[in-house]
Write a protein that binds this ligand. Structure first.
Ligand code: 8Y4
Length: 283
């Protein structure tokens, strides 16, 4: 007797992501503050080396980002963002066995990176930019929709929620509907609570504790908390001392059902994931 189940296999361009397991997504920044001093060619080589190390350490996805979402970061033109990201996507696609996620809100970037071998669109603005829904739909790629109120620049100005989990859930449900109307079926969607985006420490902790409520939306969850200020604030640690806090939250997120963990410290997080998976697969 075979039972019909929703597929756990998510097509990501020329690769497939098996969402029956938890995956580690390594963060690859290609913003100028992460460029090496030698200019764009040296920066490209450095990005490739970093991506390769993350893949060797067990990342099944790398998230390539060319626009800083830090509050106060300079606004980058779509062309500049494309100039940073496109060569990296092209070379990773040719040289490494990994799903390339691109962290972008720019329609032009979505269209071009899909052509160059990207496997996933990761938009912290949930396709709210003009033309983004249409561009993402046309790529045929899956999309990660993330909760954020406002824009990265103004989002930390006194965020308020009457019903935090309910409002995050309603926001993501609404964005899924907008996607469906634009031709992005729900089976192409990944959802993300958006830790650190328009949320206080207490908001972040409470949303983390109750994130399993978002599983009711029926889509896999991606969680990004690595080195974020919620860890800094909870533990009183500077950004270079947040590894253990990050690993604790990675383990907890996996336990709550998250399927993709977006992290800086891939090797360490992969050990956490594999150890938990070993216990979960025991008799
Ligand atoms: C230290 C470390 C300080 C990290 C700040 C940060 C998410 C994301 C970002 C996320 C998804 C960041 C692009 C912010 N966060 N995409 N992107 N989910 N899907 N800050 O949580 O890492 S950038």
């Amino acid at each position: 007797m075979t039972s019909v189940q929703p597929s756990t296999r998510l097509p990501c361009g020329n690769r497939v992501l098996d969402l029956a397991h938890t995956h580690v997504m390594g963060i690859l920044n290609v913003t100028p503050d992460s460029f090496s001093d030698g200019g764009r060619f040296a920066a490209l080589d450095a990005a490739l080396r970093h991506a390769e190390l993350m893949v060797l350490a067990g990342a099944t996805l790398v998230d390539v980002g060319g626009e800083s979402t830090r509050p106060g970061a300079p606004i980058v033109s779509q062309q500049e963002e494309l100039d940073r990201v496109a060569p990296v996507v092209e070379r990773i696609s040719r040289e490494l066995d990994v799903i390339i996620s691109v962290d972008t809100s720019a329609p032009v970037v979505m269209t071009e990176v899909a052509r160059l071998g990207a496997g996933l669109i990761n938009d912290v603005r949930s396709l709210r930019r003009e033309g983004a829904l249409q561009a993402a739909a046309a790529t045929g790629l899956p999309v990660c929709l993330m909760h954020m109120l406002g824009e990265p620049g103004d989002m930390q100005n006194n965020p308020h929620y009457d019903d935090l989990v309910g409002e995050v859930s309603a926001f993501l449900a609404d964005r899924m509907q907008q996607c469906a109307a634009a031709g992005i079926a729900s089976d192409r969607i990944i959802l993300d609570p958006g830790f650190g985006f328009a949320k206080t420490l207490q908001h972040n902790l409470s949303l983390f504790k109750h994130m399993d409520a978002l599983l009711l939306l029926g889509r896999p969850l991606l969680v990004g908390v690595s080195r974020k200020s919620m860890i800094g604030q909870a533990l009183n640690r500077p950004v270079d001392e947040r590894l253990y806090g990050s690993l604790a939250l990675a383990a907890l997120a996996m336990n709550k059902g998250a399927r993709i963990l977006r992290v800086h410290d891939v090797a360490q997080t992969v050990d956490v994931v594999r150890m938990i998976a070993a216990v979960e697969s025991a008799d």
